[in-house]
Design a protein around this ligand. Structure first.
Ligand code: HEC
Length: 439
């Protein structure tokens, strides 16, 4: 049914959410850890404390395994999952930002080469050269963040791009700077969390407490400044999104609580390890990372909800229908074509028998329409994880076709749902299908 990938029960959107939220841990470790490494290595040489290098070697190995194995797997996983679940969204991004990604990948390659060279040249090159290699990694990986953040923030707030279609107009969009600063801050908290876990396994007590104390300070600074930039980021959201964000129905209260709660737990952990570095153990250290992951997942869910009904704000809906004309790119909204031709004819792989609606295939055609227009945000099965459509139908009390048809007619007045696109006959078919879910 290209371009629709309907994953039963879980829902395609949640697959992306799981992979992408996890990816934040290895990717932000990859961009932050070497700043801490270079800092410690510099201290080791300046104060003539070669024992500190014991930590660095262990830490680099952790980064290599965690960031470069799990980070690469989940990074490629994001590409696979977004490509199958929203091919038109990804096509829009590639058409606009292919050179952005190409540039990012150049820095990514620098990063990969630098970490291997760094790891294998301990004691083999002079100190200054080794530090320089570490610095090349640190700067290269941060530049990759500078680039990718532009593309990610673009989807949430395309800004002037909507009028001009310009690469940099979309790149330097209203949420770009606060988001970059927020990620840059939090990445130091991620580096600190891992450094504490690695240092907890060290035997040399003096090295252990030195590293853990410094890491705790980095962690506190990163968490505090990251939280401040988070507030700025939230305030910079486009106005329409802000209105939506106020809809309590859309953002379950638990999400902001989990985000704030996880930040508080992190702060308590960092303050504890600062005061009692020898109390830091492996298991609570790993738990702190998992708590951060829960906070990340909740913050990402909030962002996803705020972006609704769009996948690229004011340009493309989550169900891959282009909402607005984009004159500079010679792209037109799909809405009027779909309204005249019908969504069943307009979509590529609808079985021939379903392109024309009859009394007999009405409900089945309605289901295909729901798969195309609704499944990006609703699983169709009642045991689904993502706003199951049968539950929604029940909640809205759609026990007869007239009510269902009226609700579909009103879809464009729900700020978080795309308008219904299609013919009157298709609207009726969808209504028949929705009512069949009412139990
Ligand atoms: C961009 C995402 C998105 C798409 C696409 C979408 N919805 Fe929704 N829908 C939502 C959200 C978010 C809610 C609110 C969920 C809640 O109340 O928990 C919702 C709620 C509903 C409700 C309950 C409304 C009420 O009165 O409470 C119904 C019925 C519904 N959707 C039907 C549909 C149908 C039919 C389609 C396809 C034509 C569709 N939705 C497409 C996001 C979407």
């Amino acid at each position: 049914m290209y371009p629709v990938w309907q994953l039963p029960v879980i829902g395609s959107a949640l697959v992306i959410a799981f992979i992408a939220s996890f990816h934040i841990l290895p990717s932000h470790l990859a961009t932050s850890a070497f700043w801490f490494n270079v800092y410690v290595e510099n201290k080791a040489y300046k104060q003539n404390r070669p024992e500190l290098l014991e930590f660095i070697k262990k830490y680099v190995l952790t980064i290599l395994i965690f960031s470069f194995v799990f980070g690469s797997l989940s990074g490629v996983g994001i590409w696979y999952s977004i490509t199958v679940s929203n091919p038109k969204g990804i096509s829009a991004l590639i058409h606009n930002y292919v050179w952005g990604w190409a540039t990012e990948w150049v820095f990514f390659v620098i990063e990969i080469v630098a970490i291997y060279v760094y790891y294998y040249t301990f004691d083999k090159v002079d100190k200054k050269t080794h530090l320089t290699i570490g610095l090349i990694y640190a700067i290269g990986s941060w530049i990759s963040m500078i680039i990718i953040t532009g593309i990610i923030a673009f989807m949430l707030s395309p800004g002037k791009w909507l009028k001009t279609g310009g690469f940099f107009d979309g790149f330097f969009n209203p949420t770009y700077v606060p988001q970059l600063l927020m990620r840059t801050s939090f990445m130091f908290a991620v580096a600190a969390l891992y450094a504490i876990v690695v240092a907890a396994t060290l035997k040399n007590k003096e090295v252990k407490s030195f590293i853990i104390r410094r890491a705790s300070l980095w962690g506190i600074a990163g968490t505090v400044s990251g939280s401040l930039f988070f507030i700025w980021y939230y305030k910079a959201l486009p106005k329409a999104a802000e209105e939506v964000s106020e809809m309590t129905a859309l953002i379950p209260k638990i999400l902001p609580h989990v985000v704030i709660g996880s930040l508080i737990v992190l702060m308590v952990w960092f303050v504890f390890t600062l005061i009692k570095p020898h109390g830091a153990r492996l298991v609570p250290g790993i738990l702190a990372i998992l708590i951060l992951l829960t906070g990340i997942f909740s913050a990402e869910s909030m962002r996803e909800r705020i972006r609704k009904p769009y996948v690229i704000d004011q340009y493309m809906y989550s169900n891959q229908i282009i909402s607005n004309d984009m004159i500079p790119k010679q792209v037109r909204s799909n809405l009027s074509d779909i309204d005249t031709q019908g969504i069943l004819r307009y979509s590529y792989f609808v079985p021939a028998g379903l392109q024309v609606i009859t009394d007999k295939n009405m409900q089945q055609a309605g289901q295909v329409i729901a798969e195309i227009e609704c499944s990006a945000c609703h699983t169709l099965q009642s045991n689904g994880w993502l706003r199951p459509l049968p539950d929604m139908v029940k909640k809205a009390g759609l026990s007869n076709v007239d009510d269902a048809e009226a609700l579909i007619g009103f879809l464009n007045s729900f700020p978080f749902m795309p308008p219904f696109a299609g013919t009157d006959m298709e609207k009726k078919a969808l209504a028949v299908y929705l009512v069949s879910l009412y139990k």
